[in-house]
Unconditional design. Structure first.
Length: 143
């Protein structure tokens, strides 16, 4: 059997700074930043290259979305934290916590048609809602 070529299309990573982030100050400094606390209490920053978005909370939690590899996800969080430090937007301790990979989305072409309804009867730990998304979201283990 031929090896399958999986393609990572999105890596979500997250970390926590021991201090707090002044997201209001950060939103006034950064272009491409959206901070509307009456709608959502996190600052959303969209980086153009590489195309990665960050969600930054005043609590110090920072998540990245859109990286195409685990290394890129981790490196971009480190760069963002260092940048926030440089801008003087961290209040208190500036210690970076462990960077955790929260989710990986990958695709693969298996070159055959699948009966998704039949598959759902054989799988555990899946989500299949065809009216919302035309595929099965499969988690091979329980969180």
């Amino acid at each position: 059997m031929a090896l399958l070529n999986f393609k990572i299309v999105n890596v979500v990573a997250s970390t926590k700074i021991k201090g707090r982030v002044n997201v209001e100050k950060l939103s006034n400094i950064k272009k491409n930043a959206t901070y509307e606390p009456e709608i959502f209490n996190g600052l959303i920053y969209r980086k153009k290259e590489p195309k990665i978005s960050f969600i930054i909370f005043s609590s110090g939690t920072i998540s990245s979305v859109g990286a195409k590899s685990l290394d890129l996800a981790k490196n971009e969080i480190i760069l963002m934290v260092n940048y926030i430090k440089k801008l003087g937007c961290i209040i208190g301790e500036k210690i970076l916590g462990e960077i955790k990979i929260v989710n990986i989305v990958a695709t693969v072409n298996i070159n055959m048609k699948l009966d998704l309804n039949m598959l759902t009867s054989k799988l555990e730990n899946y989500i299949y809602e065809p009216e919302q998304f035309p595929g099965i979201i499969f988690k091979p283990y329980n969180d």
